[in-house]
Design a protein around this ligand. Structure first.
Ligand code: 13P
Length: 334
């Protein structure tokens, strides 16, 4: 395992002024997004949509890497350039989601575990050979009556660590993504408590598995109240709670933490990240790995129509640029 090579890529992923575009929606999640704009969930439409994103002019000025889905990693532009080569030519690192989605935990069916460890090494080897530089695995933790259980948190942490070790052995930087879901009715305090249990377990298991912390990127949630709580919080409050937790738990040799947006609005996701970086620096970079918070406006502007591609790309670049500023604590609002 070449830790120095992994470290170099991890640092590139969270370089100041840059962050990650999560465009690794599974085909079924892509369908949910396309429903909003009334277009059919076909391979052709998914390819056209991703081509719009990846060929946005100047994408490499703000985006360090793109996370793709298996289908996407194998696709090409209409004029025959592979998406991998298009991203590489802009200096954007190609990445790949390698988990197989979630399933209900047998002993606690309201909680989820993540599929995909079986047969993972040969898949990683193929992705590395194709040109991927990093990978992602997402574990979700649900807040509710009597949950999350310690058993769920522990199993998710063990699976994340096992995946991360395999990715590093294949020469790929693992994004380790434990996501505490924000759609319940819990308080912000509860999100903080659960996130602390989760991150504690994740770093214990990463250590047990022998994962090189300097050769990975963390992707976790901000500390926010559940969407159904009716609580509204300021970027200052989100930054206070999130930073207090990170300072307690994140090891100094972690290159960076790239937030997921998790259902926050585009503007909230940017403003919250900015507030944290205004108060930096920290031993680790705080960056973004947003899906919805980078794509929502672009998806709406595109609407499945070729004639809207340029406008949609402007919308994507606008969000990417604002989040780039937020990694520097220099975002001035909309
Ligand atoms: P969101 O930013 O839309 O939460 O997506 C990020 C992601 O990759 C979730 O796994």
């Amino acid at each position: 395992m070449d830790v120095q090579a992994l470290k170099k890529v991890a640092e590139q992923m969270v370089a100041p002024g840059k962050g990650i575009l999560a465009a690794d929606e599974s085909n079924s999640t892509a369908g949910k997004r396309f429903e909003k704009i009334g277009i059919e969930n076909t391979e052709t439409n998914r390819r056209a949509y991703r081509e719009m994103l990846f060929t946005a002019p100047n994408i490499g000025s703000y985006i360090s890497g793109v996370i793709m889905y298996d289908e996407t990693l194998r696709q090409s532009t209409e004029d025959g350039k592979t998406f991998i080569s298009v991203l590489e030519s802009e200096g954007v690192l190609p990445g790949i989601k390698v988990d197989g989605g979630t399933y209900d935990m047998e002993s606690s069916p309201n909680e989820k575990l993540t599929k995909g460890l079986e047969g993972l090494p040969p898949r990683l080897a193929e992705y590395a050979q194709m040109g991927a530089k990093f990978t992602k695995w997402r574990a979700v933790v649900t807040i509710g009556e009597g949950i999350p259980t310690d058993a769920n948190i522990r199993q998710n942490a063990k699976d994340l660590a096992a995946y991360a070790k395999m990715a590093q052995e294949a020469g790929l930087v693992p994004i380790v993504e434990p996501e505490v879901l924000m759609d319940a009715d819990n308080t912000m305090e509860k999100c903080g408590e659960v996130s602390e249990r989760v991150l504690t377990a994740v770093f214990e298991e990463l250590k047990n598995a022998g994962v090189a912390i300097e050769g990975m990127v963390l992707k976790t949630n901000m500390i926010v109240p559940g969407k159904k709580s009716g609580e509204t919080v300021s970027p200052e409050q989100v930054a206070d709670a999130t930073l207090a937790l990170f300072k307690k738990i994140l090891p100094d040799n972690l290159p960076g933490q790239a937030f997921l947006s998790g259902g926050q609005s585009e503007v909230d996701a940017t403003a919250n990240l900015n507030e944290m970086n205004k108060r930096g620096p920290y031993p680790w970079k705080l960056s973004f790995s947003y899906g919805r918070a980078l794509q929502d406006s672009a998806l709406m502007a595109w609407g499945g129509k070729r004639e809207n591609v340029a406008l949609a790309q402007v919308a994507l670049i606008e969000r990417a640029k604002k989040n780039s500023l937020a990694t520097l604590g220099q975002y001035q609002g909309e």
